[in-house]
Design a protein. Structure first.
Length: 149
């Protein structure tokens, strides 16, 4: 024996279908695919110029080696540190490029509404190793107190 559906249920189902059909007809077209912003290309070009300007990392002594903060985090501060050598360069051109790159990164972050962990990284310093300036390795993080020896 079959049971007929109550008329109230049929009216509710019909109204739901009509609402769904009407909303499908009035929906907005899908958004256009995102294209890379022209400024992002500028940021990459500046980074390549930084790498080219910093290609000679040769050193004779520790005093030839320095670090410079590069990039820009959304909350402030550099993204990373680069080693550079003052043996064959005064660093002025490199510093100017790094400043331009940081400004471009900040503009990219603002335009793209980027967020950051707001973690700050310390300048690790640089050393002359085997005639080449390198960034010092980061000190290991420990929660244990230091022992007085």
């Amino acid at each position: 024996m079959k049971t007929a559906l109550p008329p109230r249920f049929l009216r509710l189902a019909a109204a739901s279908l009509l609402t769904l059909a009407a909303s499908a007809c009035g929906s907005a077209p899908p958004p256009a695919p995102a294209t890379p912003a022209p400024a992002a290309g500028k940021t990459e070009q500046l980074w390549q110029k930084i790498l080219a300007a910093n290609a000679d990392l040769s050193c004779a002594t520790q005093s030839d080696c320095h670090t410079i903060g590069a990039g820009a985090k959304a909350c402030g501060g550099p993204e990373r540190y680069l080693a550079w050598s003052s043996k064959n360069s005064d660093g002025a051109a490199l510093k100017a490029l790094v400043a331009q790159h940081a400004a471009a990164r900040r503009a990219d972050d603002e335009r793209e509404h980027m967020m950051s962990t707001c973690s700050m990284i310390s300048d690790p310093g640089a050393s002359c190793r085997a005639g080449v300036c390198v960034v010092n390795p980061a000190a290991p993080f420990t929660t244990e107190p230091r022992r007085a020896d």
